[in-house]
Design a protein around this ligand. Sequence first.
Ligand code: SAM
Length: 280
Amino acid sequence: MTPEAAGDPGQFTNEVVWNRLDGGHSMIGPFSAATIDRMLQGARLGKNPRILDIGCGLGAWILRALELYPDAHGVGVDVSRAHVERARAEAERRGVADRFTGQVGDAWDLVRTGDFDLVMCVGLSDVLGGTGTTLRELIRPRLRDGGVVVLGETFWRRPPDEAALRSLGVAEDRYRDLEGVFDEVIAAGGLPVDAHVSTETEWDAYMWACVRALADWGLDEAPPEEQGEILRFMADYRDAWLQGFRGKLGFITLLLRPVPLRLSVLAGRRPAWAPPPWTA
Ligand SMILES: C[S@@+](CC[C@H](N)C(=O)[O-])C[C@H]1O[C@@H](n2cnc3c(N)ncnc32)[C@H](O)[C@@H]1O
C-alpha cells in the first residue's frame, strides 16, 4: 500500500518508514481514528471478548479495541519486532498492557487457537496469499462461531496507468477493483455488514504522516553524511504518491460476519446483477 523500492531497499524498507510514524498517526494505512471506532463499535462484542490482530503494526486497531471493550483481551501478531515493541510500549502508556499480548513472527506460524470473537487483518492480505486465502485459511479457523472479522483491503480505484504501477513497483494484477474485492470476500464466505472506503483526506493524512516522518529523520536526526540520501528517499516517496498513485489506489475496510456453509449460496453473488425477468 506504499511504494516498494525496486531491488535491495537498503535501509529504506516499509518497516523503517512505518516505524517512524509518531503517535499522531500510528495507523499504518489510510484510515482515521473515527473509521477504526466505527468498525470496532460495529463489531458489537459481548462479554470478555478475545481479539486477534494479524499484522498489528504499531497497534492502532488492537489497542483501540482494548480501550473500547474494557473486559477484552487482545493478541497482536506482527513479523516486525520493532512494531510489536512499539505496540507494547503504547499499550503501557494507554493502560491496557495487562490485556495485550504482542507476538513477533509470521502470522501463519503463530496463534493456532480458534476461539477469537474478533479477528482483524488490515492492510496485508496481499502479502499473505490474497484475500480469499487469508479469509478462508488464516482468519476463519481462528474465529469462534459467531465471531466477526475486520478486513482491510487495497484496490484500484481506476485502472492503473504506467505512473501508478511504476510508483508502487507492482503489476496490475497485484490488486483488483472494488467489485473484485467484494467478489473475493463473499466467495470466501465473508458477509459484509459494514464497509468504509478510505477518503482522499484519510489517504492524504496517512501519506503525509509518512513523508513528515522521513523529513524529520533527514533534517533532525540523521548524521550529516546521511541527510542527503534520506531526503532524496523522502522526495521519491512523496512524488510516488503525488504523481504516481494518488487517486488511483483505494482502500476499503470491511466488517464481516462469516456465513454458515448452508446459507452461503443464498448470501453469495448472482452471476450478474439484474432485476428478475418480468412475467405477467
Ligand atoms: C500495512 S501494515 C498494517 C498494520 C496495521 N494492521 C494497521 O492497520 O496499522 C502491514 C503490517 O503487516 C505486517 N506483516 C506483513 N507480513 C506479515 C506476516 N506474514 N505475518 C505477520 N505480520 C506481517 C507488517 O510488518 C506490517 O506491520
